[in-house]
Design a protein around this ligand. Structure first.
Ligand SMILES: NC(=O)C1=CN([C@@H]2O[C@H](COP(=O)(O)OP(=O)(O)OC[C@H]3O[C@@H](n4cnc5c(N)ncnc54)[C@H](O)[C@@H]3O)[C@@H](O)[C@H]2O)[C@@H](O)CC1
Ligand SMILES: [K+]
Length: 530
């Protein structure tokens, strides 16, 4: 799993490597520029043959420095290169100034403006990790300017499409951004490549090694370190069987054999008559995910309806919190409530009863509690009352609307310059448990700031997953994966659930409805274990 570095962390890594004498700023810049050219040729092999024409737009910082390297490299390969600069070359930082001078010894540098001839490639080296505010007008115009050369003009961004904030994935000012076909970043990807508008403006993302050494390692199986952010992505073991370290290590039934009780008992609390569909989706997902047993609890009046729709999932009538106490023993290792449960006092009292259940004599640890949908919305009038009930084995799985109801100051509309990652970290700290905020960029955080980003973007984009009931399935998946005795920490379970959810949707393809998701899991598991 890749550790995603903020702009400040990336700067610190570079500075540390330079201070330790392992490299120089100039060497890093040379490698960065060459890596961009290599990535361009890899993406568009036709450009690697013969001479073509490029427009290179350079900015006032080190991102511009990379641009001068790219210009020199392309010219050395016989290309016709036009270089334009925003700002004053005399004020470039030292390394970028040196690269400017190397280029300027034999090629002109013009201010930003229309390019005279047609080009095959536009290189955006205006701003990278240093962008702190909306693009100046002249730059916004330059990045939006169409280049002559027709449909065949390829657009590559150096580190970031200028206008994109690499920490947040936001476009400060809301407009003015380079639309890239390819973005080449260095050392590790940054959160903004995966968050918010990032994927749409980056086009395709390539991460190039510029010789800064290891980048965080593959820490799958263990949770992310406090305060760090990692990308939840598949990790294959270097040695041994083909089982993937991630997500394989989080899927107990792929890793071990055992009795059904070894794989835990998940309980899903469902809604009343005519509202049981969401709970049934969650229950089926929990069972498919590998819980040894799954029981659905529903109001007595809904028993018949649910019984007609389920076989392997067990069913019991549960009128209220008092009945819940009598029904649940300490072999119950995971509970899921919220989908279709209804908003109001009954749900609040069930949440209180569920959260009050702690490890019994037979259980090794507190049951995992997945709170979703109505279990969250029921506390909108008094979120602190919910936070007072929660414990570290709880996980909240809101979408943006539910998140905003519980954390109004961290809501999407109130976030301003704060990234989704920071917002979820604050929320987890306040709630005292794991929080998973859904989206194409799903962010999961623990109260200590350990965070994970699961991105269904680029070649993993699944727009058809935005369908009614998909969230209920995710809640059930988490409960099912968390139920086994050998299940890893909740944040690792949530990462695996987010990944499986998207893989199930990808395996089914367009036309997907929520019912299809649990039944695609066997196919996904076969690939994971294969
Ligand atoms: N030694 C290094 O530090 C390396 C840096 N590299 C490149 O350098 C980039 C980072 O360089 P910098 O830190 O110089 O940052 P940038 O080159 O992204 O831009 C920084 C400059 O732009 C100004 N600025 C920021 N937002 C602005 C706005 N909206 N309008 C006008 N001016 C604005 C800043 O005040 C600063 O002068 C990376 O993205 C990467 O491309 C690579 O060459 C690898 C090595
Ligand atoms: K750029």
């Amino acid at each position: 799993m890749t550790e995603l570095m903020t702009a400040a962390q990336m700067r610190a890594t570079e500075e540390a490597a330079i201070a330790a004498g392992r490299t120089t700023g100039l060497a890093l810049m040379e490698r960065a520029g060459r890596a961009v050219v290599a990535a361009v040729f890899q993406r568009w092999p036709a450009l690697s043959e013969g001479a073509h024409a490029a427009l290179v737009l350079c900015g006032p910082g080190n991102n511009g420095g990379d641009g001068f390297v790219i210009a020199r490299r392309l010219r050395d390969l016989g290309w016709a290169v036009t270089v334009q600069i925003f700002g004053d070359a005399a004020r470039l930082p030292p390394d970028a100034r040196r690269m400017h001078d190397l280029w300027a010894a034999s090629g002109p540098v013009a201010p930003l403006g229309p390019c005279e001839g047609g080009v095959d490639l536009v290189v955006d080296a205006l701003f990278g990790t240093g962008l702190t505010r909306p693009l100046p007008q002249a730059v916004a115009e330059a990045v939006a300017r169409p280049s002559r050369g027709g449909d065949q003009v390829q657009r590559v961004a150096v580190d970031a499409p200028s206008g994109l904030n690499l920490d947040t994935g936001a476009i400060p000012g809301g407009q003015g951004v380079f639309l890239a076909d390819l973005t080449v970043t260095f050392h590790t990807a940054k959160p903004g490549h995966y968050l918010g508008a990032g994927p749409a403006v980056c086009g395709q993302l390539v991460c190039a090694d510029i010789g800064l050494g290891g980048s965080g390692g593959n820490l799958a199986g263990s949770p992310p370190a406090a305060g760090s952010l990692r990308l939840a992505e598949p990790v294959t073991a270097d040695t041994g069987p083909g089982l993937r370290v991630f997500p394989g290590a989080a899927i107990a039934k792929l890793a071990a054999t055992g009795h059904k009780y070894d794989f835990g008992h998940a309980v899903v609390l469902a809604g009343g008559v005519g509202r049981g569909g969401a709970g049934r989706l969650a229950a089926r997902a929990a069972l498919r995910a590998g819980a040894g047993l799954v029981t659905m609890l529903c109001p007595p009046a809904a028993l018949q309806e649910n019984a007609a729709r389920m076989d392997a999932v067990m069913l019991r009538a549960c009128r209220d919190a008092e009945a819940f106490e009598a029904l649940v023993d300490d072999r119950v290792t995971a509970l899921c409530l919220g989908p279709g449960l209804g908003v109001g006092e009954r749900t609040r009292s069930l949440v209180a009863a569920v959260c009050a259940r702690r490890a019994g004599a037979r259980a090794g640890r507190d049951p995992a509690v997945v709170l979703d949908a109505d279990a969250l919305t029921s506390f909108a009038p008094a979120p602190d009352a919910l936070f007072a009930l929660l414990h570290p084995r709880c996980i909240l799985t809101p979408h943006e609307g539910e998140f905003g109801r519980l954390f109004p100051d961290l809501a999407l509309s109130a976030r301003a310059g704060m990234s989704k990652v920071e917002a979820v970290r604050h929320a987890a700290a306040r709630a005292g448990c794991v929080v998973l905020l859904k989206g194409a960029d799903t962010v999961i955080a623990r109260p200590d700031g350990a965070a994970s980003l699961h991105a269904a973007v680029y070649d993993r984009a699944v727009p058809w997953l935005a369908t009614a009931g998909a969230g209920d399935v995710l809640a059930g998946l988490i409960a099912g994966l968390a139920a086994p005795a050998s299940a890893p920490e909740l944040i690792c379970v949530a990462e695996a659930a987010a990944w499986l959810h998207v893989e199930a949707a990808r395996a089914f393809g367009p036309g997907l409805i929520a019912e299809d998701l649990p039944d695609m899991l066997p196919e996904v598991f076969r690939r994971v274990a294969g």
